[in-house]
Each structure stands twice: as C-alpha cells, then as structure tokens.
Design a protein around this ligand. Sequence first.
Ligand code: ZN
Length: 498
Amino acid sequence: MEKTLKDFNELLDKMTSIQYATSLIHFDGATTAPSGAAEVRGKMIGELSSQLFALSTSEDMNYYIQELSKYENQLTDIDKAKLRICKKDYEDNIKIPKEDQLEFVKLTVESEEKWQEAREKDDYSIYEPYLQRIIDFKRKFINYRGYVNHPYNTLLDDFEPNMDVEKLDEYFGMLKERITPLLKKITEKNIDYSMNNTSASLDKQREMSAYLMNKINYDLEHGLLKESAHPFTINMGQTDVRITTHYKEDDFVKNIYTILHEGGHALYEQQKMPQIKNTILDTGISMGIHESQSGFMEHIVGRDYNFIASIFTDIKNILGEEYKDLTVDEFYKHANNAKASFIRIEADELTYSIHIMIRYEIEKMIFDEDSKVTAKDLPSIWNQKVKEYLFLDVPSDKFGVLQDIHWSDGSFGYFPSYSLGNAYSAQFRHYMKQDLDMDKLLKSGDVTPIIGWLKENIHQYGSIYTPDVLLKNIRGEAFNPKYYVDYLEEKFTKLYEL
Ligand code: ZN
C-alpha cells in the first residue's frame, strides 16, 4: 500500500503542475497578454488540458484507484480525499465516449460565438438551435453517467458535491415564500437609496484597493492584484493566490465590493493547512463554499453598518474634499439599496438569489425525466418567471434569457452554487456569532478574529471534506437555508422600515 500511495501521489503532483500551468496561462490572458496572442495561448491550454485528461483517465490511475480503495479504511483523511476526487473524475470521464466529448467541445466553441452574436443583435433565434444541441448533449451525458432520483442531480454534483434537487427545492421554496413578498413590499415603497455621485479617480480607487486588501489581511507576499474585464480570483496552491478588479471611474463603490469579494475568495485559498500545500487538495472544495467566503467578506462584513462606520474616516480621507459631506448612513444605504432588475450580475444582495431561483427552476424543468421543454420555449418561460418573482416585464431577450454565457458551454447545474454560497455564509455567520462578539469586532474594524474563525472552521481544510461534511463538522447541523432567509428578512425589513 505504501508503494502504491507513493506512486499515486507522484502522478497527482504531475497533474497539479499541469493544472497550475494552465491557470497561469489563463491569468496572463485575462490581465497582461497582448491581444493578438490568443491563438497560441489556446494551443498551449489545449495541449495541457489533453495531457491532464490523459493522466486522469490513465491505466495507472485506474490501478491506483482500485488498489487504494481496498485499503480505504486505513487511509488518512487527506489520502481518502485524494482518492475520492480522482475516483469521481475517472468514473465520470470514462463513461463518456471520446467522440461525443470531442464533438461536444467543438459545439461549445460554436455555441459561445452564436450566443455572443445573438446577444449583440438581440436575436435569440441565432442561438436557439445551438442551445438545443447543447441540451441534447447534456441529456445524453446524463444517460451515460446515470443519476440518483433526478437527472439534474448529476449536473448539480459537478459543481456542488452531494447537493441535490430535494435540498434545493426546500431552499428555493423558502426564498419564494418569504423573500419574494419582501421584495414586493420594498418595490411598492418605491424608495431609491442610491447616491447621485460615486465617481473617483483611478488613483484614489487604487489607493482604496490597497487599503482594503491590508484591512482584511490579504497576504501580498503570496498574492497580487491586477485588472481584468471581469474580476476573478485564481490560485496556484496556497502560496500564489491572485485577484483582479475592474475599475470604473464613475463607481468607486463597485471597486470596494469587488476587492472585498475577491479578497474573500483569496483568503480561503491562502489560509489552508500546509500539509496539503501544492496537492490536488490545495484549492477550495466547491463553488458554493467559495462563494460563501467571498460573500461573507462582501456582504456580511463589507455591507455591515458597523464595519462601514469603522473604515469610513479612512475611505473619506482617500476620497478627499469632494466627499466631505458624505455620511455613514448615506453610504450604508447606497451599498444596500435593493431593487428588482433584469441583469443578474448587476443584482444586489437581496434580489441576487431570486435571479438564481429563476435559472434553477428552468434548468430543473429542462432536465426533468420526461421533459418536453425545448430551447424554443425558454424565452417565454424566462419572461413569465421574471414577471412572477421580480415583477418586471422583460423588454427583449438581451435583458432576459440571452444575458448569461454559461448555458452556451453546457454549464447547467452551475448557477445554484452562487446562491448557495450566500445561504452557506449566513449559516456560518450564525455559528460565528455563538463564538465571537461580531458586532463589537465589526465596530472596531478588527476583522482578524473573524478571519481566524473562517480559517479554523473552513479555510484550512481546502478540498479535504465535501461541503456537506465541512458544514456538519462545525455544529453537527446539515445545510439549513433558514439562517439566510432570516438574515435577509431582518436586515431589509429594518433598512426599509417595513
Ligand atoms: Zn465570486
């Protein structure tokens, strides 16, 4: 067993290095690479990806999985986790015939182009046949891979291990029952809390980024900040964790929350235990848990009244004369303004999960066992749901079904993780409040104990435990969406004096 374990780890080391090289090329492409160099980067990434695929489905890999599975009970949690991840990868990959996989990849490239064109021209019919083929492929892949209880569960599991329709029905059901009426009341009040002016020079905004990164203990010896069209976090293990932002001269507030959001992702990656350094476990466990950490820093810390008050003098000093009359109250209300809107990526803390609920209901419908839903039906289904949950009439598909790129590459099952992240973060907050005087800490602006708590209970484990186990290990309780819905209700009822 010792020998097999050693060989297994050597293979994984090789795979990790290839993975890091791919990430580095992605980061370079999104931040500094010359615009004419896309082709050669595509070639490099293609080559590395096929190498990685070959190793993860190799005979050697199969042998190690078979052998180590016999001794699973004797393995440490760390080795068990490696085995778990490789086994799932291997089984999923070999079940899909190579020719199907190749054809699908080709289709996604075309489909992304068609999506872009359709969105630009605001003409869904350009995209519709491609989306239909993507859906057909995904249905076929589910058949190859099999499923438990609901076909959509297989897709969900790719992004959030062990998450299923049963739990999500309960979660989104609760949102529908309690948050949709809350939004309705807020909409009827017709109050706009947004500030008239949010402009600040890029120099000032850069200074603010540096201030905030320092405030939340983002380690710049093992990280850096660059600019890209869409902000993101990427890491090569725990010692190289990079973030990006996108500055807009007319909106310094957006940058504040981008830095806190990406900073939250980065802290998760930087605070893992050294025992898993540069292994396949040296990365966040799932998109949902990752979003819970960015959401924690962005919303629960960053949009908290006390925290805003604690950094307000410093922020105003950076902003200078122009904002000398700005009050904490004005800023707090602006940062928490809630308003139904068409576009998900521009949605606020309250309405964001409603956007995800709409996508969840549609995706579940598409992959239902005897689904009759076709790509042709999607715009009208979409618009109906926006009317029902956000009380808006979608003016055209650009503001509706065409807004997100993700279906064009087959990422069904991906959206719920965003919203789950917010729900997880509220559950973590609930437990954290039992251990720490959060109000006092946020008032003082000292977030070190808060970040320490996240490290202790979540960050250090990287990918060792699946999200459900990670959550249960804290207080013995499974995922419970009640904490999130309570949190939203309490916060926004007070803010809008309902
Ligand atoms: Zn994020």
